[in-house]
Design a protein around this ligand. Structure first.
Ligand SMILES: [Fe+2]
Length: 295
C-alpha cells in the first residue's frame, strides 16, 4: 500500500517507561526525569479524568501510544468504532509512535482478554496486511507491529514468525516493535535461537524495542520442563538484557520502553530499569565502535 504519512525516525535520548494509571498522579505531581512515556490507549478511552492528566503530561513528555485492543488478526475484521476512538486519542496526544500486537483478540463482536496466536501462512498474511492497511489509513500514521509472546504453534504454518513479520512490513509499510523479552521467551517456549531471530531482522524495519519481565512456570505438557509466561510482573531477566545488548549492537540505539503491568512496583523502580537499559546501550555501542576501529 502506498503510504502518504511521514516515516517516523524519532530516536529519544534514553529509555522510556510505560505509564500506567497507578503512577499517573505521582508522575504529574513529581515530574520525574524520564525521556519519554508510553500509554495503553484503552486505559484512556473511557476515563476523562485520566485523559485530562495525560494531556497535561504530554506538555512535558513525548508520549507514545500502544494499543492492546486493535485486533489485526481477527477474521471478522477490525472494529472501526474502536479504531475511531483510538484515532481521537492519537490526535489529542500526537504521539511519536503508535503500536499494537500481531494477534487476534476479538470474535463476533466479543472482546477476549487475551492476545491470541495466528497461523503463519499466505491466507493469514493477506488478512493481516489488509487490516494493517485499514489501521494505518484510519489512524493516518505508520503503525508499529509487535512480535507476540508464543506458547503454541500451528501445524498449518508455512513460514516462520520472522518471515511473516518481514513480509507484512514489505506489503504494508508498517514498522516493527521488537519486544526483546517476547523474542527471548518465545524462543525458549518454541525451541529456536533468539539471537538468530534478532539477526534476521533489518534494523531499518525496527522502530521501537520493548523490555518486560516474565514468569517461569512448570510446563504441564512436559513434566520437568519450564515455560516462560509474559506476565510483565517482574524485573527484566539477565538473559534478556544480554539479548537486548545484541539487538543494540545490530540495530543501533532504538526507542526502548520498560513495560511492567502486573504487581506494579514504584515508579522509581521502573526508572531504575530504564537507567539500566541506558547503561546497556552505552556499553553495546562502545563495544561496537571499538570493534569497528579494530576491524
Ligand atoms: Fe511489549
Amino acid at each position: 500500500m502506498a503510504m502518504t504519512m511521514s516515516s517516523n525516525r524519532w530516536v529519544p535520548n534514553g529509555a522510556g517507561v510505560g505509564l500506567r494509571l497507578p503512577h499517573l498522579a505521582e508522575v504529574m505531581a513529581t515530574r520525574p526525569t524520564v525521556p519519554w512515556l508510553e500509554i495503553h490507549a484503552e486505559n484512556f478511552l473511557a476515563n476523562p479524568h485520566a485523559t485530562e492528566l495525560l494531556m497535561e503530561a504530554r506538555r512535558d513528555y513525548p508520549i507514545s501510544v500502544h494499543t492492546v485492543g486493535v485486533s489485526v488478526g481477527s477474521v471478522d475484521g477490525v472494529d472501526h468504532v474502536h479504531l475511531r476512538r483510538v484515532r481521537t486519542l492519537v490526535d489529542m496526544v500526537d504521539p511519536p509512535l503508535v503500536s499494537g500486537h500481531l494477534a487476534w483478540s476479538t470474535h463476533a463482536g466479543e472482546y477476549l482478554n487475551d492476545l491470541l496466536p495466528l497461523p503463519y501462512d499466505e491466507e493469514t498474511l493477506r488478512l493481516v496486511a489488509a487490516h494493517l492497511d485499514e489501521v494505518q489509513e484510519s489512524l493516518g500514521r505508520h503503525y508499529l507491529l509487535e512480535n507476540p509472546s508464543s506458547y503454541v504453534g500451528f501445524d498449518t504454518s508455512t513460514m516462520s514468525e520472522l518471515d511473516f513479520l518481514c513480509e507484512l512490513v514489505r506489503r504494508t509499510g508498517c514498522r516493527l516493535l521488537c519486544d526483546i523479552s517476547n523474542v527471548y521467551l518465545s524462543a525458549h517456549n518454541m525451541g529456536y535461537d533468539p539471537y538468530k531471530y534478532i539477526d534476521g531482522l533489518l534494523g531499518g524495519d525496527v522502530g521501537e524495542l520493548h523490555l518486560g519481565g516474565f514468569t517461569p512456570e512448570d510446563d504441564e505438557a512436559e513434566p520437568g520442563a519450564e515455560i516462560l509466561i509474559d506476565t510483565h510482573a517482574a524485573r527484566i531477566a539477565e538473559p534478556v538484557w544480554q539479548l537486548y545488548a545484541h539487538a543494540v549492537r545490530r540495530f543501533g540505539a532504538k526507542p526502548t520502553l520498560i513495560e511492567w503491568d502486573n504487581d506494579i512496583p514504584s515508579f522509581a523502580a521502573l526508572l531504575a530499569e530504564a537507567r539500566r537499559a541506558d547503561e546497556v546501550v552505552a556499553r553495546a555501542l562502545a563495544s561496537e565502535s571499538r570493534r569497528a576501529v579494530a576491524g
